[in-house]
Design a binder for this molecule. Structure first.
Ligand code: UD1
Length: 364
């Protein structure tokens, strides 16, 4: 039996790991034993458990319960607990799979590499070239200790090549889109916009949680002031991350015209995204999901590690909140949606990944 550990910790990890577990259950149940580890970086019901329920992850995770803290705290705790787990509890592990760029993924990759266990990085090679972003450091570290690289877009291949990683790089598509394709019918049945008194295609959906946007009082005030102005003409629903809510409260910021709600589950968020006329966000995943859905997206950042969403999707970067109002108006005035070209984002990425992993382990 092949033993593979899959590590999750934060909200965006769950929908990336779920389809790989499903694929194992479907086609590799007799040959691969998947072990799911949840670090507990995210722990609120709507940031964690709801995803297990909605995505149908039946596998019970091994939970570390590390919770919130500084980068060093989170990284250190995951490393300590993951090392102990590998040494004392786990069977002989053939591969550790980490996804994306959160602290939990980086910490687990480091531990596995030092224990001489090969690491597969799903969503490898993405680079924003902005080291002020904690995730950029995580991406570089994970890729520097990984053996297998599963990439979503051409830029990742170039970035890895530039860093000297040319072996075992596989362009397989986007595993998060597998979940989207699988769950779209269930999300469509929800019509979640009705819960907030909104009309189909007649509202803007906002999410924001990056430290660069929400930890700076002036920046957060300026963005939300503009959003509040926009919401006098176009209804805005803001699904506010706990970090953002905490900062708004601390800075005393209010946005009176904006509908502000706690984060929602995967299905509700997908339903709201698909029926929005525009999405404003600083999330990495939503740049990709809106591109796939053909919904215009404005990303409130100076850069993106996912350039395909700009040249092949519906994404526009707006780094400066002074330009936001004008950009929203100009995007909403376009009569034709942008043409989307996202090779291999077809719902079959986890099939490709597991086939490659299985073949690689068998021949290793
Ligand atoms: C993390 C990831 C980021 C990802 C995001 C998705 C890193 C460095 N960052 O950022 O890449 O886009 O998750 O959401 O790994 N909190 C709660 N309940 C929770 C989780 C967090 O209240 O369940 C609050 C806590 O106050 C915490 C803060 O949010 O301190 C930040 O959480 P943390 O996991 O450190 O970073 P995120 O901003 O969520």
């Amino acid at each position: 039996m092949i033993n593979i550990v899959f590590v999750v910790g934060a909200r965006p990890n769950f929908m990336k790991v779920a389809p790989m577990l499903k694929e194992i259950q479907k086609n590799y149940a007799w040959s691969i034993n998947p072990i799911l580890v949840h670090t507990g970086q995210h722990y609120d019901f709507n940031m964690s458990n709801i995803f297990f329920e909605q995505l149908g992850v039946s596998k019970s995770p091994v939970c570390f319960g590390i919770g919130s803290g500084t980068h060093a705290y989170q990284t250190g705790e995951v490393m300590r607990k993951f090392e102990e787990f590998l040494e004392t509890t786990a069977p002989k592990i053939d591969l550790v799979v980490v996804v994306g760029d959160v602290n939990s993924s980086m910490a687990a990759a480091l531990v596995a590499a030092k224990a001489n266990i090969p690491v597969a990085h799903v969503e490898a090679g993405l680079r924003s070239f902005d080291r002020e972003m904690p995730e950029e450091i995580n991406r570089i570290v994970i890729d520097s200790v990984s053996t297998l690289f599963f990439i979503t877009e051409h830029s990742a291949d170039e970035n890895l090549r530039f860093e000297g990683q040319t072996e075992y790089v596989y362009r397989v598509g986007n595993v998060m889109i597998d979940t989207l394709v699988d769950k779209l019918p269930a999300a469509r049945a929800l019509d979640a916009y009705k819960t907030y008194g909104l009309d189909k295609g007649e509202y803007i959906l906002l999410t924001m949680h990056r430290p660069s946007n929400v930890d700076d009082k002036e920046k957060l005030t300026s963005i939300l002031k503009t959003v509040d102005e926009i919401s006098q003409e176009h209804k805005v629903l803001f699904l506010a991350h706990p970090r953002t809510q905490k900062q708004m409260k601390g800075f005393g910021i209010v946005a009176e015209n904006v509908i502000i709600e706690d984060p929602l589950g995967y299905l509700e968020t997908l339903s709201l995204m698909e029926n929005a006329k525009l999405v404003l966000t600083d999330s990495g995943g939503m740049q990709e999901e809106t591109s796939f859905l053909g919904i215009p997206c404005i990303t409130l950042r100076e850069n993106t590690e996912r350039p395909i969403t700009i040249y092949g999707g519906t994404n526009t970067l707006v780094p400066n909140s002074d330009d936001l109002y004008e950009k929203v108006v100009s995007i909403l005035s376009l009569s034709e949606p942008r043409e989307v070209n996202l090779p291999l984002w077809d719902g079959k990425t986890s099939e490709r990944i597991m086939k490659i992993i299985y073949g690689w382990i068998k021949h290793a």
